[in-house]
Ligand binder design. Structure first.
Ligand code: EPU
Length: 354
């Protein structure tokens, strides 16, 4: 396998931050990678630390050059694996772009992923943070995945329970020393992901923005393609297209508080946007909290808070003069401090920072 040296990572992260990988391997073939893992060249490349797995780079803040070996996942392929009375199982290589995969399933008449349209990134990254939007989370449609253990080179398969999905969370974000016993952060390279799309298809339309689309269009019984188009419209209106303005999607998770904490905040801030959860806790809209602190449009260097959605931090310098990871993190910390001082809530960043 070809080990490339000093590779520019700017085209490989959606923030468009300029950094280099000291060494990078493009992984297109699982067997070739496993064979390479048995060679002295591999042992030398990973002598200092385990490699860093790079998917679509859509949930990443680079604060400097990447010293560990970078494995750029480019495994392709999409196929229908199973078609039964209960549903379809579809599979994609980890390097397939997520949105193209969603569109492909709909083109073939296999609905179920339409609410997750236009999410940047790759199929392989989708289970890592359990992507979610407009009332559907990846875990609702997940079947299983294949991965390689980066320590041993062994392949393994995980089902949904083994992935330990939570809100923007999975076993792939935790180290074994975390409270969970089975952490795989840094340890696994996801190669293929399978999705279960149940029959009969049922639309998920409970999200406010989708209800508004239904009312505005007068279409009370949309098909999956219509929902896909609506989600594309909604996202395009409020989220920046990373091809035009660098960003990593929502920069913070929506925080969860107890009913008592929420009542306390509402007493002081009656307009706070909040959603009751099934377990009795309350989720607050982090974008609203940040917006209320006056952050829209503010910047540190070339890192800025997006004007149309305060939860998104953007690169205002484009390709020629990009923001640095340091500027992004300084801005993020200032936002965290101001939200904490006003609401007593600690915001947790969503992207991986390296
Ligand atoms: N809001 C404001 N000001 C802002 C931003 C939001 O007042 O600047 C208010 C909105 O008016 C709305 C509420 O906050 O009442 C929630 O905003 P929105 O509907 O845009 O959703 P979100 O909670 O900000 C989450 C996900 C998004 C996902 C959308 C739709 C997280 C961290 N983010 O955003 O996911 O697309 O819901 O389901 O859960 C991502 O993870 O990268 C992402 C984009």
């Amino acid at each position: 396998m070809l080990v490339e040296n000093q590779v520019a990572l700017q085209p490989h992260n959606t923030f468009g931050i300029a950094a280099r990988a000291r060494k990078l391997i493009r992984v297109q073939d699982v067997a070739a990678l496993q064979a390479f893992m048995a060679t002295p060249a591999w042992s030398a490349a990973v002598a200092e630390s385990l490699p860093f797995v790079l998917g679509g780079g859509s949930n990443l803040v680079l604060t400097g050059d990447v010293k560990p070996l970078v494995l750029k996942v480019e495994i392709g392929g999409r196929q229908l694996v199973e078609d039964t009375d209960k549903g379809w199982v579809v599979e994609a290589g980890a390097g397939e772009p997520w949105h193209r995969f969603v569109a492909w399933t709909l083109d073939h008449g296999w609905p179920g992923l339409e609410n997750l349209a236009l999410i940047p990134g790759s199929v392989g990254a989708s289970p890592v943070q359990n992507i979610g939007a407009y009332g559907v989370e990846l875990q609702d449609r997940f079947h299983s995945l294949d991965a390689i253990d980066l320590k041993t080179g062994q392949s393994f398969t995980l089902d949904a329970a083994q992935c330990g999905f939570g809100y923007r969370d999975s076993v792939f974000k935790h180290t074994p020393s975390d409270a969970r016993s089975f952490g795989l952060a840094g340890r696994a390279l996801i190669t293929r992901v399978r999705f279960f799309l149940p029959k009969p298809w049922k639309p998920v339309l409970g999200y406010l923005d989708l209800e508004r689309k239904m009312q505005a269009s007068g279409n009370q019984a949309p098909n999956a393609r219509q929902i896909f188009d609506w989600v594309v419209d909604i996202r395009s209106a409020k989220l920046p297209d990373p091809a035009l303005i660098g960003n990593a999607g929502s920069f913070f998770k929506n925080p969860t508080v107890t009913a008592e904490q929420c009542a306390d905040i509402i007493a002081r801030e009656p307009k706070v946007v909040h959603y009751p959860m099934a377990d009795g806790s309350i989720k607050l809209a982090a974008g609203w909290l940040i917006d209320a602190c006056g952050w829209k449009g503010k910047s540190v260097g070339n890192a800025a808070v997006y004007e149309k959605q305060a939860l998104v931090l953007v690169n205002r310098g484009g390709v020629a003069n990009p923001c640095t990871g340091g500027e992004v993190m300084t801005l993020a910390k200032a936002i965290q401090t101001s939200v904490y001082e006003r609401f007593g809530i600690r915001l947790e960043p969503e992207p991986v920072v390296i």
